[in-house]
Design a protein around this ligand. Structure first.
Ligand code: GLY
Length: 309
């Protein structure tokens, strides 16, 4: 079976002027994650590397370029999962960390816990030598302007995923032995409350991976994703025999019908199926499979080019 690595750069109404850079960004992240896997890295190394590339790219709402919460500061969430062992690591409400996905991995590998939040997570980062960056270093001029424009949280939520808000990055991967892993990272919703935690760092909501059924990374309106436990819902459909594409569509449709939320998901199964699905206007995604790099941003778009690493 072929190894596969799929990434997304967030499901939302990506404006035309951001479409080319969003596609370039997800393609670069998929190439990077895939090259880590091909050069002998583990699945966890590969999804971490892909998500770090997206966190470092200011086009996306994670790490550098994250959206600002109500008080004008960043507040970041991330999760990483190893589907072979069900090892999870997750952080929420961190603010001085450029790559929250790596801190989530450290929680998974260096503590006996699964989730750390806020000051405790920042202190843990410091204790293991992860560089603390001044919060302002993660803020882009563009996001500062958007934040000023959308001062009212309610106004921002109403527009969410339909006009301006941008959302979350993630990666899922499968190796040739049928193991899966995933990671998700986000700045969350613009103008969110201090201390608000969305779906991304929550097990079974923003991400889930289990070698039995597959790996999922979600994006979209966090409160809606939390209410329907979207990642686990998708894998429950896969466990009942649905294809990963049908499982994603059914689950996103359910989220729309039940709680009027929109979003997207990337999924891989242990048998090598994969899908990138969304109910928002757009979602930039890319998948590295054999010598092909698949990619798209608009509904039903599935373009391909030769994968050059
Ligand atoms: N989907 C990211 C969030 O709502 O926080």
């Amino acid at each position: 079976m072929s190894a596969v690595l799929v990434v997304h750069g967030g499901a939302w109404a990506i404006p035309d002027e951001l479409a080319p850079v969003s596609v370039q960004g997800v393609k670069a992240a998929a190439r990077h994650g895939s090259s880590v896997l091909r050069s002998g890295g583990s699945l966890v190394d590969a999804v971490e590397a892909a998500v770090r590339a997206l966190e470092d790219n200011t086009v996306f709402n994670a790490g550098h370029g994250a959206t600002l919460k109500i008080d004008g500061e960043v507040q970041l969430d991330a999760i990483i999962v190893d589907g072979k062992t069900l090892a999870f690591g997750s952080v929420s409400c961190v603010k001085n960390i450029a790559n929250p996905v790596s801190l989530a991995r450290a929680v998974m590998e260096k503590t006996s816990h699964v989730m750390l939040t806020g000051r405790g997570a920042d202190k843990f980062a410091e204790s293991i030598g992860i560089a603390m960056v001044p919060t302002d270093k993660l803020v882009t001029e563009c996001e500062r302007k958007e934040w000023e424009k959308h001062k009212k949280y309610i106004a921002a939520v109403n527009e969410e995923f339909n006009t301006q808000a941008h959302d979350t990055v993630g990666a899922v991967a499968l190796d040739s032995a049928g193991n899966v892993a995933c990671a998700t990272s986000t700045g969350g919703t613009r103008h969110k409350m201090v201390g608000r935690v969305g779906d991304s760092p929550v097990i079974g909501c923003g991400a889930y991976a289990d070698n039995i059924s597959g790996a999922v990374s979600c994006t979209g309106h966090g409160e809606s994703i939390l209410k329907v436990t979207l990642a686990r819902l998708i894998l429950s459909h896969v466990e009942q025999g649905k294809s990963v594409e049908d499982a994603s569509q059914l689950s996103l449709q359910h989220m729309g019908d039940r709680v009027q939320g929109a979003g997207g998901a990337i999924v891989v199964s242990p048998s090598g199926q994969w899908a990138a699905t969304f109910t928002t206007k757009r979602m930039a995604w890319a998948a590295a499979e054999d010598d092909v790099l698949w990619f798209g941003i608009d509904p039903k778009e599935k373009l391909k080019e030769k994968l050059s690493l």
